[in-house]
Design a protein around this ligand. Structure first.
Ligand SMILES: Nc1ncnc2c1ncn2[C@@H]1O[C@H](COP(=O)(O)OP(=O)(O)OP(=O)(O)O)[C@@H](O)[C@H]1O
Ligand SMILES: [Mg+2]
Length: 503
């Protein structure tokens, strides 16, 4: 910006200087030419006088005859200070030949009344020459020729030139000084003020205005600039007001949505307890039929006990959300836990007609809270079963795998499913895949299924907490839940670190 400002200043001043010098130079040159011309005319009129006297000497009216005329002409030349003088008879024979005539013709500068004047040396640019030769007809004698020196004229021209040069310099200084002063007052200073205000406004001083009082385009630019700044200030102020309103509104919205969330969380608690209660209902039905042998009876009672424990554990979980207290993790055998969970769910209505197949791979134990893992797998399995509701083919495939992943990329690309061999810089993971043949997840929903309270299920059936709670449980164990659409259904993968690592 600074350089640009200097640029316009420099350009304008350079323009003034160049124009002034060119103008004054031209005027000076023209003046010199005019003075030169009048000096030459003066010299020519001297020559005319001399020729006039010579002609008069031979005038028959003077009555002196030719010899007298010659003597008289010589005297005139002497009187006029002419040393190179030539007088010739009509037949060309010399009557007087004093001094010498210059060689060459010279430049014709005058030709009138039978008199010609030729200049030697000098020119348009170099000025007046060194001398001039005059040649004129003399009635009664023949021709007179003489040389007039121009030294005197040249000397005068020298001082005229000096005077004009001095005049031109003083003139230029005065004009340039005034030019720069007015330019600075009317354009440069107002522009500078405008620039300063613009910078100040850009720097946040919205109230700043350009104080420019000149009556030209820069002045009207400043007026427009000021009204623009005015509008900008108004707009920014109203934007700030709107922003404040928006923030207040957002806070209100957050408060009301938090209230709603609390309500839904309560509903969520009820839902989570609903799953084991459903199982308990199933066991009670079986028990009420009363056709069980003592061993089966004992088994059902044990199962019912586990579901009651689950209710207890869920209530504790939600208490933990409010007041987190870490439960000690213990080694969990995933294959056994999955078999148990599937078994417990099989009595639910959701699972009637569902074909659950298990492909148990060789996986090491994982360190986790078993009750919580059970909760995760139940959620995933129930989701799978519910996604297939009303469909002809209902199949869930549960499989377990071991996988190694690069240690530095926490969840990098899969390396291998088996065998359980660790390479350097790798970490071991136990994977549980739950694949169903249900409706799948709509592409638009895929990004939101892990959000709390996101559900596509009818009111009373789903609260949208299942995947959210499950993900937070798995994340707490250092693992992750991922999801992908597979042909004719969905596949959820739970990855849990096995604690095996090679740095
Ligand atoms: N296996 C699946 N196939 C198709 N969609 C699924 C599957 N699992 C989850 N979803 C979708 O993700 C949504 C969220 O699931 P999430 O388990 O969090 O809640 P929910 O099942 O709707 O309710 P809740 O689990 O609280 O009873 C579901 O409503 C459903 O649209
Ligand atoms: Mg669910």
């Amino acid at each position: 910006m600074k350089r640009k400002g200097q640029g316009i200043r420099f350009q304008l001043i350079a323009g003034i200087v160049i124009m002034t010098i060119a103008g004054i130079g031209l005027v000076g040159f023209m003046s010199i030419k005019i003075v030169e011309r009048s000096a030459l005319l003066w010299k020519i009129s001297q020559a005319e006088d001399t020729v006039g006297f010579v002609r008069a000497s031979f005038n028959p009216a003077a009555g002196g005859g030719q010899a007298w005329g010659v003597r008289f002409a010589e005297a005139i030349a002497k009187e006029a200070g002419i040393s190179d003088f030539r007088l010739s008879a009509p037949d060309g024979s010399p009557l007087v030949a004093a001094g010498r005539m210059p060689s060459g013709m010279g430049e014709l500068i005058y030709d009138a009344g039978g008199m010609e004047a030729y200049m030697y040396g000098g020119g348009f640019m170099t000025g007046i020459g060194d001398f001039m030769r005059v040649s004129a007809s003399v009635p009664g004698a023949g021709r007179v020729e003489f040389v007039l020196g121009l030294d005197e004229v040249n000397e005068d021209m020298g001082s005229v030139r000096k005077f004009l040069a001095l005049y031109a310099i003083i003139d230029s200084i005065v004009i340039i000084a005034f030019g720069v002063y007015f330019l600075s007052r009317s354009i440069l200073q107002p522009l500078k003020k405008l620039e300063e205000s613009a910078k100040s406004i850009a720097g946040g001083k919205l109230f700043d205005r350009a104080d420019v009082a000149v009556d030209n385009e820069v002045g009207s630019l400043a007026t427009s600039f000021n009204s623009m700044a005015e509008r900008l200030e108004d707009e920014i102020k109203s934007l700030e007001r709107v922003n404040l309103e928006l923030t207040t509104m957002q806070e209100e919205l957050l408060r009301s949505s938090t209230l709603a969330a609390v309500g839904r969380l309560a509903a969520g608690i009820a839902h989570e307890i609903g799953n084991p209660l459903g199982a308990l209902n199933g066991y009670m039905e079986i028990l009420s039929k009363g056709s069980l042998d003592p061993a089966e009876f004992k088994d059902i009672i044990a199962r019912a006990g586990r579901e009651t424990d689950r209710i207890d554990s869920i209530v504790r979980d939600f208490l933990e959300v409010a007041r987190p207290a870490r439960k000690a993790a213990s080694p969990v055998d995933l294959n056994a836990l999955l078999a148990e969970t599937i078994d417990a769910l099989s009595v639910r209505g959701d699972f009637s007609g569902v074909d659950v197949s298990v492909l148990s791979g060789e996986v090491p134990q994982v360190m986790a809270d078993e009750g919580k893992l059970r909760q995760v797998f139940s959620n995933l399995l129930i989701n799978a079963a519910q996604a297939m509701e009303g469909m002809e083919k209902k199949a869930i495939t549960v499989s377990t795998h071991f996988e190694t992943r690069p240690a530095q990329l926490k969840f990098g690309r899969r390396k291998s499913d088996q065998p359980m061999e660790m390479k350097h810089g790798e970490r071991g993971y136990a994977l549980v895949r739950i694949k169903d043949t249900g409706a799948g997840v709509a592409p638009l929903d895929a990004a939101r299924i892990f959000d709390p309270f996101f559900t596509t299920k009818e009111v009373g059936k789903g609260t949208g907490l299942g995947l959210f709670v499950s993900q937070s449980i798995i994340k707490a164990c250092g693992g992750e839940i991922t999801f992908r659409s597979v042909e004719g259904g969905a596949e959820f993968t739970v990855a849990l670190p096995t604690g095996e690592e090679r740095a």
